[in-house]
Write a protein that binds this ligand. Structure first.
Ligand code: MTE
Length: 310
């Protein structure tokens, strides 16, 4: 029998579940039960994943969160709503072969063959703080490259102002798509200058190995100064566009989740404070830092009212 352990740092479900979802929880649970749990494949076991050669370029200056938590406590609603569901259910995702279509308002659109890309790129290890909007945080050693390197390769046109990202939406591989939780596929977006910022990472691994499925294999975004939901997983399409793209959480609950989603202790979520956070593995909450402690991004928002553009 599977015994579910509730760790001390877990937050009450009512605090962290989006309002619409919480109210609709009974229907959601019934749908998940109908889907059934799938057997875990090797790609959800981080120890069995291929290593990637890296050199460390960023260090958060704090000990990384243990791999068991990084790959065991996840949000990936395409595989269920509980934190352990992605590790349990994401064995059905097939991260190889995988392609990402990169296009829209660019001079040189391309289709990225992710296996070949992983074999080729000069990968970096970047240890970043990662803050979820729900109030927990981790320190994660990602393997990636600045997203800007991909932007430069496709040569955006002058009219491109935003970048829109889309996750795979395949019902056969992702049992959670049967849940009416979000308007699938999962979509996210950044302003072009945010996407070009040196900290914005296109990640293909954690802890020196390829990404476990539950962490968004084979390729995902990591935007360390924003709440975790901006860091879209298992990307299949990237489009350069002229106007602010629709994003899944903003469409679902616009009052709760803005387009910018910068980590900001001074702007509360309508249902809870964002002033503090619980680092996974620690007991006492710590103060949340503006921009998650990455002040170098402040210039991107000069003159903007961060309460209005939350
Ligand atoms: N991407 C997709 N496609 N689906 C999701 O449900 N959840 C987001 C983000 N990216 C999510 C997603 C949220 S809310 C968080 S906090 C992070 O992924 C979690 O990333 P991690 O599980 O690797 O820590």
């Amino acid at each position: 029998m599977h015994v579910r352990r509730t760790p001390s740092w877990a937050l009450p479900e009512r605090e962290v579940t989006p309002e619409a979802l919480y109210l609709n929880r009974r229907a959601v649970l019934a749908a998940m039960a109908a889907v059934g749990a799938s057997p875990a494949a090797a790609s959800t076991d981080p120890e069995k994943l291929a290593r990637i050669a890296t050199r460390r370029t960023h260090d958060a200056g704090e000990p990384p969160t243990p791999l068991a938590d990084v790959a065991g406590y996840n949000n990936f609603y395409e595989f269920g709503l509980d934190k352990g569901d992605p590790a349990r259910n994401a064995g059905t995702l097939r991260p190889s072969p995988w392609t990402v279509r990169v296009g829209g308002l660019v001079k040189s659109p391309l289709t990225l063959d992710v296996d070949r890309y992983i074999a080729r790129a000069p990968w970096e290890e970047r240890i970043y703080r990662f803050r979820c909007v729900e109030g927990w945080s981790m320190v994660i050693p990602w393997v990636g490259v600045p997203f800007a390197s991909l932007v430069r390769a496709v040569e955006p046109l002058g009219s491109a102002k935003y970048v829109a990202f889309r996750t795979l939406a395949d019902r056969e591989q992702m049992p959670g798509l049967r849940l009416p939780v979000l308007d699938w596929p999962y979509r996210e977006g950044l302003r072009l200058d945010e996407a070009m910022h040196e900290l914005t990472l296109l990640a293909v691994g954690v802890y020196g190995r390829r990404l476990p499925n539950q962490n968004g294999a084979p390729i995902r975004l990591v935007v360390p100064w924003k709440y975790g939901f901006k860091s879209v997983k298992s990307i299949v399409a990237i489009d350069f566009v002229e106007t602010q793209p629709e994003t899944s959480w903003n469409m679902a609950t616009p009052r709760e989740y803005g387009f910018y989603a910068n980590v900001n202790p001074n702007v509360d979520h309508p249902r809870w404070s964002q002033a503090r956070e619980r680092r996974i593995g620690e007991f006492r909450r710590r103060e949340t830092l503006l921009f998650n402690g990455y002040p170098e991004v402040a210039g991107l928002y000069a003159g903007m009212d961060l309460k209005r553009f939350f």
